[in-house]
Design a protein around this ligand. Structure first.
Ligand SMILES: [Zn+2]
Ligand SMILES: [Zn+2]
Length: 197
């Protein structure tokens, strides 16, 4: 995502994003009738596909870091998800978890407050590292990386020795139900109840 960063002229990034988006939309609309009639050769198909994927990925990244993304998922899962930028991931790269392609909110669907997804666990403190995003009470966008202990709720499995007990995988004091015993319905022993993506 840092490609051509040197070409950025220092305009405030939000204005630059809005300008770039407007210019792109105008250019494509001006071309659209000719594009519809264009006959693409075999090489052209690949070139167009590569270029459009690049545009789509850049657009998704812009939406992710400003407002967060949303997708169609089964009803038991909050549909909001997000991405980490390279700069956000860099300090976390030595932890136990590999970088995810995307991070789905792990809270109960319909929850109030910020969406929350774990992206790392500190090898030193054993606390989770979480990306939180959404709207503050005043409507402004929030995006933050926070270090939080885990929720201590425990779901007891069928094994009397506790071998299949599960702890809630969410951060302490999370909103909504615990991720181990109710909002996903009855969780059979041994099944992972946490919906990390
Ligand atoms: Zn959510
Ligand atoms: Zn919990």
């Amino acid at each position: 995502m840092t490609a051509d960063y040197d070409a950025w002229d220092g305009t405030d990034p939000l204005t630059a994003l809005l300008d770039a988006s407007r210019h792109y939309a105008i250019h494509v609309r001006l071309l659209i009738d000719q594009l519809a009639e264009a006959r693409l050769g075999a090489d052209d198909v690949g070139r167009v596909e590569d270029a459009m994927c690049e545009v789509a990925e850049a657009a998704a990244l812009a939406v992710a870091v400003t407002m967060g993304l949303r997708r169609h998922v089964r009803r038991e899962v909050c549909p909001h998800y997000n991405l980490l930028t390279d700069a956000e991931w860099a300090p976390a790269r030595d932890g136990a978890l590999a970088r995810g392609r995307a991070y789905g909110c792990e809270l109960q669907p319909g929850h109030p407050g910020l969406h929350t997804a774990q992206f790392q666990e500190s090898p030193v403190t054993r606390r989770g590292e979480w990306l939180r995003w959404g709207r503050a009470a005043g409507g402004e966008a929030v995006r933050e990386l926070v270090d939080l202990p885990y929720c201590s709720a425990l779901w007891r499995g069928a094994d009397p020795r506790g071998l299949d007990d599960e702890t809630c995988g969410l951060p302490a004091e999370h909103v909504g139900a615990h991720a181990v015993n109710n909002w996903l319905g009855e969780i059979p022993p041994g099944e992972n109840a946490v919906t990390s993506q």
